[in-house]
Ligand binder design. Structure first.
Ligand SMILES: Nc1ncnc2c1ncn2[C@@H]1O[C@H](COP(=O)(O)OP(=O)(O)OP(=O)(O)O)[C@@H](O)[C@H]1O
Ligand SMILES: [Mg+2]
Length: 244
């Protein structure tokens, strides 16, 4: 009885260890970082910065935190990603040569291959960070919604078992709120929304945290900048603050 009490007190007091995202401003919106071992979905408009953010997260972990990472690309080729990253000064090849990163382009026809590749590469590298981009394509693997649901849940469980902190991206138009939440968001521990929307005569970038388990999150939408150093979130400002 006494032991039980101690255990429950410990549970209340324990806050999860946090993984630093490498994206300036993001950790401030997340009470210090992404809870270790979480599955996070980054959902957003086309061109909102999902891929850059994922690459930044992975590169930063490998280079500055000694945390190996695996990037599963369901769309862009490895060379395309390496080139994109070099624009931001991130030398992916160097990290790949050191055994800190693996990038794998997987064709869209075999869900089991996707699972096996993630598992094999994660174990090979001792990876702590995993990206699947763009993850929304999952649904195209399956004819039946029920099958999709089962398999996505099992993928989520596998990522937990591997003890990685993972990001799956989801391409959606946030303007069309009827299509906002897919299955992945419900399975996820956290959802980060990335906006790239037209406001009057220009496009603006923004982000907001829809949910993050075990975390006190910012309730606001914040402006986002993408420049030669990658994605930055202006955590001290609110989106539309300066819009007349
Ligand atoms: N190599 C690069 N050079 C210059 N700008 C870049 C580069 N890569 C990305 N960007 C900028 O970052 C923006 C976001 O790109 P990113 O590919 O991350 O968007 P995304 O949300 O992944 O888009 P999609 O839904 O098409 O996958 C681009 O629209 C572009 O403005
Ligand atoms: Mg992308």
């Amino acid at each position: 009885m006494a032991a039980k009490k101690i255990a429950s007190t410990e549970n209340v007091l324990t806050t999860p260890e946090r993984v630093k995202s490498g994206v300036p401003g993001l950790d401030e919106l997340l009470d210090g970082g992404i809870p270790k071992g979480s599955l996070v979905v980054v959902s957003g408009d086309p061109g909102s910065g999902k891929t850059v953010l994922c690459m930044q997260y992975l590169y930063y972990g490998a280079k500055y935190h000694n945390e190996p990472g695996v990037y599963i690309s369901l769309e862009e080729e490895v060379d395309e990603l390496v080139n994109m990253a070099s624009y931001f000064g991130w030398n992916l090849r160097e990290q790949m040569d050191k055994g800190m990163l693996e990038i794998e382009n997987i064709e869209l026809y075999d869900f089991d291959k996707l699972r096996n590749t993630i598992e094999t590469l994660t174990e090979k590298l001792g990876a702590k960070r995993v990206i699947i981009d763009p993850g929304v394509i999952f649904r195209l693997y399956f004819e039946k919604e029920l099958d999709a649901r089962k398999r996505i849940l099992s993928l989520g469980r596998m990522l937990k078992r591997l003890n990685v902190t993972s990001i799956i991206t989801n391409e959606i138009s946030l303007d069309n709120s009827s299509s906002l939440f897919g299955l992945e968001e419900y399975v996820a521990d956290g959802v980060i929304l990335m906006y790239h929307t037209k406001l009057q005569e220009k496009f603006i970038r923004g982000t907001g945290i829809l949910k993050m388990r075990n975390t006190k999150i910012s309730e606001n939408l914040h402006p986002v900048r993408i420049d030669r150093e990658g994605v930055h979130i202006l955590a001290g400002q609110q989106l539309f603050e300066d819009v007349k």
